[in-house]
Write a protein that binds this ligand. Structure first.
Ligand code: ATP
Length: 368
């Protein structure tokens, strides 16, 4: 791979996917185009993947899409998967897109901010905007999900899926978490830089290994307080004292589950962005799924995907050392903040009356 340099034009592979996915990517592209105005710096091309593509062609991740995603400077995704479209083994076919592209592009870090914005009422009493602001750093290529498609079924009565952890895999995810903590301002309650290692180290050898390797990495960061939580207790802490968290690092399936819980405390799935990052590639989508029951009704909340689009610009700015991109990301985040606070960007899932299209237009207007 060549070293990345600043460009006049960046190529973004867009994979709209299923359910609300296409509405979410369309909203995000509109916002990014509004942010750049007369100086467009991103070129978007659309590619097929997901459950509908599986029904059409027999694969949820066509070769053409994989090649386009690996050649592009970044990937923007809506959501993939439909609950009734299954592989012969009973798992969801559309999930193959995310679960295959992560290892294919080695997107080892799934960074999921949990942040309570102005104008959003938390389902937790006593927590005001700003009081919940942490990042879940989910390992994205190993753990239990590495068994996808490789588990064993013996006769029709015994199945196994195996947890995979490697030293390199744990080291690099914990290093990513530490770097996030070094860039942030600490936990809202006490301003301390803190990395919370979440596992089940008291029961499983694999998690004990995760914890041991994580401690070794964090020993190199004396500015960061190291904190521990067993995953079952963590579900309680995230409800009772979310303001004590700064960066949370964990294995793949734990991160998947905890990030949905975290999203529920800051307005719901529609509010939750994510960035999936490897050494070379970046892939950006909201944390939510395809929500088929609300698809096509112009009611889904586009904010999670729009914020993921802003993170895509931040990541491109860092990767290509292109300082010209950062202000556009900042402008989008500020515009989102404004329309959430004044209500124009609040869809019904976050107690507002905006539609997907009116919320998107409000963000675009705020950028103008
Ligand atoms: P996956 O496993 O693919 O991540 P999921 O089964 O967790 O998906 P989602 O599709 O994320 O399910 O939906 C979970 C709930 O959140 C549903 O009630 C859905 O309607 C709601 N939801 C998800 N995304 C949004 C959104 N953008 N706006 C409003 N509600 C949403």
């Amino acid at each position: 791979m060549q070293e990345k340099i600043a460009k006049n034009q960046y190529e973004v592979a867009v994979v709209p996917g299923d359910g609300i996915g296409p509405e979410m990517t369309q909203a995000t592209i509109e916002v990014i185009k509004a942010a750049f105005g007369s100086e467009q710096k991103l070129n978007f091309t659309e590619h097929l993947a997901g459950a509908n593509e599986y029904l059409r062609s027999g694969t949820a991740l066509p070769e053409e899409t994989l090649i386009a995603c690996s050649k592009a400077d970044a990937v923007l995704h809506g959501a993939a998967g439909l609950p009734d479209v299954n592989l012969p083994d009973g798992t969801e076919a559309g999930q193959d897109f995310s679960l295959k592209i992560r290892p294919a592009l080695d997107l080892f870090a799934n960074i999921r901010p949990i942040k309570l914005y102005d104008g959003i009422e938390s389902s937790l009493r006593h927590f005001e905007p700003g009081a919940i602001d942490y990042v879940i750093v989910r390992e994205n290529t190993e753990g239990l999900y590495a068994a996808r498609g490789g588990g064993n079924k013996v006769r029709n009565d015994t199945v196994t899926d195996t947890m995979v952890m490697t030293r390199l895999g744990v080291e690099r995810i914990v290093k990513t978490a530490a770097e996030q903590a070094m860039r942030r301002n600490g936990a809202p309650r006490d301003g301390k830089k803190r990395v919370t290692i979440v596992d089940k180290a008291n029961v499983l050898r694999s998690f004990a290994f995760f914890r041991e390797v994580a401690e070794g990495v964090l020993a190199n960061y004396p500015e960061i307080e190291v904190d521990y939580a067993l995953v079952d207790a963590m579900t309680v802490h995230m409800i009772e004292r979310p303001d004590t968290f700064d960066v949370v690092v964990c294995e793949n399936i734990i991160g998947d589950i905890l990030s949905d819980l975290g999203a529920a405390t800051v307005g719901g799935m529609g509010m939750s962005p994510s960035a999936e990052i490897g050494t070379w590639h970046g892939y950006f989508q909201a944390s939510h799924g395809s929500a088929p029951t609300i698809a096509g009704k112009d009611i889904a909340n586009p904010i999670g995907t729009i914020l993921s689009g802003a993170f895509m610009l931040e990541w491109l700015a860092r990767e290509h050392q292109d300082a010209t991109l950062q202000p556009y990301a900042d402008n989008i985040i500020n515009a989102v903040n404004r329309v959430l606070a004044d209500g124009r960007g609040r869809t019904r899932d976050i107690k507002g009356s905006a539609t997907t299209s009116s919320a998107t237009k409000a963000v675009c207007d705020a950028l103008a």
